[in-house]
Design a protein around this ligand. Structure first.
Ligand SMILES: Nc1nc2c(ncn2[C@@H]2O[C@H](COP(=O)(O)OP(=O)(O)OP(=O)(O)O)[C@@H](O)[C@H]2O)c(=O)[nH]1
Ligand SMILES: [Mg+2]
Length: 402
């Protein structure tokens, strides 16, 4: 399956003239990036896609040697950050001992949570010194180091294997099965309103029911109007109540105080993304001021409804809550936007991401983190703006204060 989160982006970084472009060309087996003995040949990032076994589709990003004169200090880091925020891994190409430049790149990559490997290039020139360099890089950075020659092709065959090892696959997180035990009663409150699709339930609802059954627990599915009646008559206290975000305040008023409750949307945020970051990012709401830019981000491009949750309701609630004149911008689509489009945003409000998988959603979370932008999800912000977030996340026992 091809899609965002499946294709890997790998940046090739290193000093000028170490052979970054030559290395990429050799991987691709064709001349894509201009190579020359003049330092600073590559001036803008060059993107090139290929199938690299055993990794699958990869897009390599050949970067300008970031030690360019004129891009020193902070500016250089800012420039690198804008290239690197979207990559899954980096390859640091070197032809000499680790120095200040390599240290600063390694530190930047670590701070951005980007796994990297080192490639000692020019083995044909360096000879045994190449292996000495390998030892140095291994003991200094504790990463995988390959010795290659972009010129002769030596050592190049291990690049795919090494990249596969350093790029982690996201672990799977259960939807709700870890929150319940066999025999528990779980109540799923499902609105059947105009927004509900005809004749069926939506994915998170089906997912919830399925996991309750897998856990050998009992699923009771009701509309919000029948909730009180159901609880009165069933004679059993629910372990968990899951509801649609928009009915949460009503649902809370209908259930005992000590019953855990959350929303389908919060479960989805945890399942696909980073619930903790979403909750930590709520802080940013209280800091919003007049003129601040808030980005509404959706992973799909559905046709907006008239009372659209992301485009109409959340902005309205947010303005009411903060009292600030905010500037909203909607960005929809399967690709996370360019850094320029979001870097001045004070907050990103992201949809649940039902059309993308965990790898893709986590990648978006990482990109927001790397750009230093707080990012909350619809379900989390709705509960926060309705004053019920503490109650709605209690069941997860997270180590966070809202
Ligand atoms: N002998 C030898 N020369 C190499 C090798 N790889 C690259 N070179 C040479 O090193 C010089 C620089 O190579 P590039 O690939 O342009 O280096 P770069 O890192 O992309 O440089 P910038 O784009 O300027 O940052 C060229 O003259 C290449 O032919 C190698 O494995 N062996
Ligand atoms: Mg180059």
């Amino acid at each position: 399956m091809e899609g965002p989160g499946f294709r890997k982006y790998v940046a090739i970084v290193g000093k000028r003239n170490v052979g970054k472009s030559s290395f990429m060309n050799r991987l691709l087996g064709q001349e894509i990036s201009i190579v020359s003995e003049v330092a600073g040949t590559t001036t803008d990032p060059v993107f090139k896609s290929m199938e690299l076994r055993p990794l699958g589709p990869v897009t390599f990003v050949d970067t300008p040697g970031l030690d360019d004169v004129g891009y020193l200090g902070k500016l250089r880091v800012e420039r690198a950050r804008k290239i690197l925020y979207r990559v899954d891994a980096a390859i640091l190409v070197v032809d000499d001992m680790p120095g200040e430049y390599e240290d600063s790149i390694a530190e930047l990559l670590r701070s951005m949570d980007i796994p990297f490997m080192v490639v000692v290039n020019k083995e044909d020139l360096l000879g045994s010194k190449a292996w000495e360099l390998k030892k140095n890089y291994e003991s200094k950075y504790h990463v995988a180091v390959l010795v290659v020659s972009a010129k002769t092709g030596k050592g190049m065959e291990s690049v795919g294997d090494t990249l596969k090892k350093i790029i982690p696959d996201e672990e799977e997180i259960p939807f709700l099965s870890d929150l319940i035990d066999g025999g528990d009663l779980v109540v799923l409150v499902v609105p059947i309103d105009l927004g509900a699709p005809k004749g069926r339930l939506i994915m998170p609802q089906v997912h919830g029911i399925r996991e309750v059954l897998d856990a050998e627990a009992l699923a009771l599915v009701v509309k919000e109007r029948e909730l009180r009646y159901a609880l009165k008559n069933i004679g059993m206290k629910p372990k968990l109540v899951v509801t649609d975000s928009q009915s949460i305040t009503k649902v809370i008023s209908d259930i005992p105080e000590d019953v855990n409750v959350t929303t389908f949307s919060i479960l989805e945020t945890r399942y696909r993304g980073d619930l903790l970051y979403s909750i930590e990012s709520l802080k940013a709401i209280e800091e919003l001021e007049d003129g601040d830019k808030v980005v509404i981000m959706e992973a799909c491009t559905h046709r907006p409804l008239t009372e659209d949750i992301g485009r109409v309701k959340i902005p309205r609630w947010l303005v009411n809550h903060t009292g600030a004149q905010l500037e909203f911008k909607v960005i929809a689509g399967r690709e996370f936007p360019d850094a320029e489009e979001v870097e001045d945003a004070r907050l990103i409000i992201h949809c649940g991401g039902c059309v993308i998988n965990r790898n893709a959603m986590m990648k978006r979370v990482k990109m927001a983190k790397r750009l230093g932008i707080p990012m909350v999800n619809y379900g989390v912000i709705i509960c926060y703006l309705h004053g019920v977030i503490d109650r709605a996340i209690k069941v997860f026992n997270l180590d966070v204060k809202v």
